[in-house]
Design a binder for this molecule. Structure first.
Ligand code: NAD
Length: 468
């Protein structure tokens, strides 16, 4: 496979003016990838490209934009195996999961190409007044992507950015860019209007900062850590740039006393170990009704003890930085060994972490508070459901939750009490649908992505009052 080490603008791969590169080693085949380290001049050129792209995309209507989006869907689907392979190279994901992710991503492009209605509408206000409400593009969007699900995260945003008439400058994570490079080849191949989609690379926070700080960027769509999200909010405040933030989480799983235990343990395992726990919606806290606690833990451990290919099933920890973060937290908490019921906290320097489960950790313990982003689960129990709900809602985050139980009404009642943007009932966090909005409460983010909300997020809404 030809490795491209340029940046993408004016619908072409171009050499970076900086002539500097950084490299990343593949976790799968140990090959090195080289990516351009862009400078201010590069960004200026890419902005010019995005400005002309914005003009073109603004002028064509939603249905014309959707034709292009449909072509991208077709190409993604046709090439899903290649894209999945590229996605595994730097992230160390399991290939089957990567294939499912690419197919899910294609479905989002399909949804955006077919299901979004024109948001323009007329309203009669009074006998003498009517109104027109228009959805217009925001402008040039800086789209900053993390390393854990590069293609899915991009696909939850880009089709809606394009459908709303914007142009975009994508900055992939310095740890995982290959699948997004391939997308640029698709853009080129289908002759997408020139300058609408652009991509730059860089090895650290500096590139992202140069991009979002540029006065011509109208909106920042950032997916990543809450810590960086807060910095981005500060930069955006100078010009009141539009913002969409999808950030971290500390996500609960609540098991009610009438839950089907055999089904629930499978959902638990999938929800905390998927992608080696490196998913923003991954479960990291489990609250189980005391009446079934013993049985649930017994069955969960029996099931886990039968699995001998975790590495193949759930993939690797994608970066050394992430591995070090987890190792350091566990190292500092050696006293927690007595609360460990599965796995080991003495981690080797390998990118593989066998799932780790703690039970009955004190509420205040760091493992119960901090987003760890690894296959680590902390189990606590409750007598009254309010206790589990209150502990879940006391987190500074509010991204996702799972509720398992038999009584449908009761499940929905519990879900309605939780402060989280996405809740699964009797289902694992790996199951997704393109038509649904996703986003977080509190420090988990701002705004919603995908679904009809996706189009609104990337639109300026203008209302015009007309006197008859
Ligand atoms: P990160 O915040 O370190 O980096 C995310 C992106 O921001 C990268 O492209 C990075 O290069 C860039 N960046 C870093 N510092 C920057 C700065 N100062 N200015 C501009 N850009 C900057 O996050 P990560 O380690 O790549 O991803 C893991 C985090 O992402 C986790 O916290 C996870 O929960 C979160 N995440 C959230 C969602 C969601 O939808 N809520 C989805 C995926 C990941």
């Amino acid at each position: 496979m030809k490795i491209i080490n340029n940046i993408f603008y004016e619908n072409q791969w171009k050499k970076s003016l900086s002539k500097k590169f950084f490299s990343r080693k593949s976790l799968i085949n140990k090959k090195k990838f080289f990516y351009p380290e862009v400078n201010r001049d590069d960004i200026q050129r890419v902005i010019l490209s995005a400005k002309s792209g914005l003009k073109i995309n603004k002028e064509i209507n939603l249905s014309e934009r959707q034709k292009f989006i449909y072509q991208i869907y077709e190409k993604i689907l046709k090439n899903y195996r290649i894209l999945a392979r590229l996605e595994t190279l730097e992230t160390g994901k399991n290939i089957l999961d990567a294939q499912k992710e690419i197919i899910h991503s294609a479905k989002i492009w399909l949804y955006a190409s077919k299901s979004l209605g024109s948001e323009n509408y007329k309203t009669v206000l009074s006998k003498h007044h009517k109104a027109i409400v228009n959805f217009e593009p925001v402008g040039i969007v800086a789209l900053i992507i993390p390393w854990n699900f590069p293609f899915v995260v991009m696909s939850e945003r880009l089709p809606f950015i394009l459908a709303a008439g914007n142009s975009v400058i994508i900055k992939p994570s310095e740890y995982a860019s290959q699948s997004l490079f391939y997308l640029m080849n698709i853009i080129k191949k289908i002759k997408y209007p020139v300058g609408v989609v652009n991509l730059i690379t860089g090895s650290g926070p500096r590139t992202g900062q140069l991009l979002i700080g540029n006065k011509d960027i109208n909106m920042i769509s950032f997916t990543g850590s809450t810590q960086v999200g807060k910095k981005i909010m500060k930069v955006a405040s100078n010009q009141i740039k539009r913002l969409s933030l999808e950030l971290g989480g500390k996500n609960s799983f609540i098991v009610l006393k009438d839950a089907n235990i055999n089904k629930t343990i499978n959902i638990i395992i999938d929800s905390f170990t998927g992608n080696a726990g490196q998913s923003c919606v991954s479960t990291s806290r489990l609250f189980v009704d005391n009446k079934i606690k013993k049985l649930l833990i017994k069955k969960l451990l029996e099931k886990l003890n039968k699995i001998n290919n975790f590495k193949k099933l759930y993939g690797l920890v994608s970066t050394k930085k992430q591995l070090d973060t987890i190792r350091n937290i566990l190292k500092k908490n050696q006293n927690l060994k007595k609360k460990l019921i599965f796995g080991s906290i003495d981690l080797k320097k390998s990118n593989f972490i066998k799932p780790i489960i703690f039970c009955d950790l004190p509420e205040k313990n760091i493992i119960n508070k901090k987003e760890l982003f690894g296959p680590i689960l902390s189990i606590n129990s409750f007598d009254e459901i309010n206790d589990a709900v209150n502990k879940t809602n006391s987190s500074k985050y509010g991204l996702s939750a799972v509720v398992c139980g038999k009584n449908k009404r009761n499940n929905i009642k519990v879900a309605s009490q939780l402060n989280a943007g996405r809740i699964w009932i009797n289902e694992s966090v790996k199951v997704n649908f393109p038509s649904l909005p996703i986003g977080g409460y509190k420090e988990s983010g701002l705004n919603r992505e995908s679904g009809t909300e996706g189009l609104r997020t990337y639109s300026e809404i203008k209302s015009v009052i007309i006197k008859n």
